[in-house]
Design a protein around this ligand. Structure first.
Ligand code: 16G
Ligand code: MG
Length: 566
């Protein structure tokens, strides 16, 4: 390590005084102007991680669904997964080190992690379309270079595309070619093969409106469109030519506001979807004949996908172990449908993609989705081999199903949840099953639910267990929630400190919207009283007229607590 050079270059990427940041569920995220030093330092850290794992490491510059002025960075581990937890701590430590402590912190990390500094390092970098991203990714490159690492800058990429590149590079090309064409070709080939077998070929099945959040998804979908146009025609909205990134559009907006994005005309029963700003989340929606808006969230996406996979396995005659992974935010109706109707086992993990991804790896086939639209399906190597063999050996009908499954496996981005890949999977399944968007939506009816936020002096006083479904501290809170839940039918409620905002989140679900609203309000009051609430006491406030059919995981804007659906 050339400590002199590190000190010299680090001073060119100086840390603002007093700024403390934490590597959270999705890396570092804050105002872009505060991130130059973090980018440089993450370049350094990526080199150490690469040396330690003897693998290519990814660095993605994005702040996903945050406003355009923000930015962020996250590191991608060798198999395309999120950075290991012990390294998240190193990232936080390094990002917050004062200039004079930089050398010591770097040496500490290298010693703790037994990094062989003589080892070569390779880092790949991607960025979203934010105005600040190009300069910030240059700072990452500075960090990589100072520590003697090699790099490849992919430039503009969606987050899941960068995960894909890392995965391809570290598996010797077995997963795919680590180029943007490689990605387009792999997914499009699988998609076109699949949709060729669909008997319904009317326009209704083959056209889709896509809201791209004015982000990177628009650029990449436009580049990719002609590869799969034989099977699907996409009409892009919020493509970045006019509007601001994530402003009044995108998956996060649609999900939390329960309404269509600005700039998209929707005719009744037209199938529409929204990506978020870095295209790793997707939700679907439509307007019914009466003009009512219907959201189809991650829970229903997981249901469609896992039901289809299960049906294929039955046709092939394989009894593989398939599991669906959700979080506590999954609507109770989706869990019941999967367990009782589809007979698929369902597991619950803490919020945050890495927890779901990790759990899904335990199955032959693991499908995971958060209600907010983050998710994908993972297939074990043994399953991939088995299905490949079956696609060649079995008799006709079974072979057809095996071939379909083989293509579906190729169509999923198994490195990370991916809006483009998920969209193509969903479109292929709808076409193959001849399902309209309404029929898909009608698989089950969501239980009415409500989310609120409560402000407390220190949200860390709330600790949870059982995948965030039960509060351990403060004392008495869980007992209070239990007593409140008993008052309503089909009810459930939980609270957890947010990992991205300084609030406590409250979720409640019950047999009617009125009951869900009451329960959420009462639980908010319990949090306010027992967990050190600050500001105005939570007020009751939902009127029937203000509710919508499918309030789910609505992390809308709001302060002390939310009373209206914005
Ligand atoms: C982050 C997570 C997302 C989770 C959300 C919860 C990743 C890539 N993203 O955006 O999965 O749903 O945080 O936010 O892991 P909250 O802790 O504020 O409720
Ligand atoms: Mg995102």
């Amino acid at each position: 390590m050339d400590l002199g050079a590190i000190t010299k270059y680090s001073a060119l990427h100086a840390k603002p005084n007093g700024l403390i940041l934490q590597y959270g569920t999705a890396g570092f995220r804050t105002k872009a102007e505060h991130l130059d030093h973090v980018m440089f330092r993450m370049g350094l850290l990526a080199v150490l991680r690469s040396k330690q794992t003897k693998s290519t490491i990814g660095v993605m510059v994005t702040a996903s669904h945050n406003p355009e002025e923000d930015n962020g960075v996250k590191l991608v581990d060798p198999l395309g997964e999120m950075l290991a937890p012990s390294w998240e701590e190193h990232a936080t430590c390094l990002a917050n080190a004062e200039e004079q402590d930089m050398q010591r912190v770097l040496i500490d990390i290298s010693e703790k992690e037994a990094v062989n500094l003589q080892q070569d390092a390779f880092v790949v970098i991607g960025r979203d379309t934010r105005p600040s991203s190009e300069k910030l990714s240059q700072s990452v490159i500075d960090g990589v270079t100072v520590l003697g690492g090699q790099f490849h800058d992919y430039g503009l990429l969606t987050t899941p595309q960068l995960h894909y590149m890392v995965y391809c590079r570290n598996t010797g090309g077995r997963y795919g070619k680590a180029t943007i064409e490689g990605y387009y070709q792999k997914l499009s080939k699988a998609f076109v093969e699949l949709t060729k077998q669909a008997s319904c070929s009317g326009d209704e099945y083959r056209s889709l409106k896509v809201d791209c959040a004015n982000g990177i998804g628009a650029l990449k979908l436009r580049e990719m469109e002609h590869y799969f146009s034989q099977g699907l025609s996409v009409q892009l909205f919020n493509d970045g030519s006019k509007g601001k990134l994530n402003h009044l559009c995108g998956a996060d907006f649609v999900k939390s506001h329960q309404k269509p994005p600005q700039g998209m005309e929707i005719k009744s029963n037209e199938r529409c979807c929204s990506f978020d700003g870095d295209a790793d989340r997707i939700v679907y929606y439509y307007h019914d004949a009466d003009g009512h808006f219907h959201l189809i969230d991650g829970d229903k996406i997981a249901t469609l996908i896992s039901s289809f996979l299960k049906e294929l396995l039955v046709e092939i005659g394989e009894s593989l172990n398939i599991g669906v992974v959700q979080t506590a935010y999954a609507n109770g109706s989706s869990t019941r449908y999967l367990e009782e109707v589809m007979k698929v086992p369902v597991y619950c993990t803490k919020t945050g993609v890495k927890h779901l991804h990790h759990k899904a790896q335990e199955f032959d086939i693991g499908v995971y989705f958060e209600a907010n639209g983050h998710g994908t399906a993972l297939f074990s190597t043994a399953v991939e081999m088995k299905i490949k063999q079956s696609a060649e050996q079995l008799e006709d009908k079974k072979r057809k199903a095996a071939k379909m499954l083989e293509n579906i496996i190729d169509l999923f981005n198994q490195a990370a949840g991916d809006a483009i890949s998920d969209m193509l999977v969903i479109e292929a399944i709808l076409a193959l099953k001849g399902l309209t968007v309404q029929q898909w939506d009608a698989l089950y009816t969501d239980l009415p639910n409500r989310q609120l936020k409560v402000q407390v002096a220190d949200r860390r006083v709330i600790t949870t267990t059982n995948a965030e479904r039960q509060a351990v501290t403060p004392p008495g809170l869980q007992e209070a929630i239990n007593d409140l839940v008993k008052k309503y039918k089909l009810s459930r409620a939980f609270v957890r400190p947010s990992g991205t905002e300084d609030v406590v989140r409250v979720y409640a679900e019950a047999d009617s919207q009125e009951s869900a609203d009451h329960l959420a309000h009462e639980v908010s009051l319990a949090v306010f009283q027992l967990a050190g609430g600050i500001g105005e006491r939570p007020q009751p406030g939902y009127k029937a007229a203000e509710t919508t059919h499918n309030i789910n995981n609505a992390f809308g804007p709001g302060t002390a607590n939310e009373h209206t659906v914005p």
